[in-house]
Design a protein around this ligand. Sequence first.
Ligand code: HSE
Length: 403
Amino acid sequence: MSVIKVAILGFGTVGEGVYRTIHSHQEELTAVLGKEVEVAAILIKNKNKEREISNAILVTDSFDEILQLPQLDVVVEAIVGKEPAVSYLKKAINSGCHIITANKEMFAHHGKELLKLAEDNNVSVGFEATVAGGIPVIQTLRQLLKINRVHQIQGILNGTSNFILTEMREKKQSFTEALLLAQENGFAEADPTNDVEGFDAFYKTMILSRIAFGEEPNWKDVELEGITTITSELIETAEKLGLRFKHIASISKEGSQINAIIKPTLVDKSHPFYHVEGVQNAVNIQSDIVGGITLQGPGAGMFPTASAVIEDLVFVCQNDTNNKISRPVANSFGEKKTELKEYWLVHGLTKKYLNTTVSFIQDVSDETYIINGTKNNVEQIFSLHKPLCYFPIIGEFKTLINA
Ligand code: HSE
């Protein structure tokens, strides 16, 4: 029986998870692919570190040494940052290897050119692990987009942020304590700023936008806010209102315009994201034929991410050069709709600055209150008079306060 030879770049949480899963699920892989899968090489940074890796495998800090192997079919990249990851992957593609990546930052910046290069070289690119950990959202979108038109995606895309918000609410932990626990569990990025300031969710959102809409919004126009403004007091205030903070990314297309917002949002009980807790991620896809679909699952960690990589291993080996969504993504998504009024929790701005374009709804605590208005009107006021923070409320909140 012939063999599929794989190199794993990086032996951190993800790389090690992939290595262990290839061994634990060899039987299934062989049954599906008709070939054994063999880890031929692992790229590491520090050769002196103790690792549990079979002696038969080439363990090296030289990517060129890996490329010189007599047979190499798939390169799995699980390292951090744009470089050297993208250079390694370009070399791998030029050498005729399929590539799989779990690196969202790199793929958000260079995905387009890697996909093009792969197409030119008749190899395939797997990037399921770049978005929402173990949830098969990329494959679901590929399947859905064959006929459906997706017009909106909302997601809890950063496991670390959701974990911190849950720990702070359920266990009354401080932000710092909860972040430390997320790091100990292997959920957080090497630099957790990427998690808590929203950059990680931003990269994932751009990858989703490219697959759902064929393009991205202008990065500079994306409203991006992480969870560092969320205090224990705000979480308690929200709880009294029957609301929970979730860090939500939302992308939609109206006409030819793509809108993206990534920020803490208050979610009420009626919303599918209300019960998404801990390291879980969730993705809600709205499309024209099926309506709404919500996928939920572990968003970070060794084996959830390894699961996405292994699914990609099957995808790239079976689909070979099929990097494309089966049809061009529709350009027209209907006319721009009139902006809806939403509820907002505002904190740290005296009410005298509100104007007639928004309705005051109720006081919550000192300088914290709820208003109702369109995003445009609310933001116009807040660009002149800055509150400490403000958050949209999603779900059927209006029915609870009888407004
Ligand atoms: N740090 C990321 C998260 C890992 O917490 O979601 C998975 O992409």
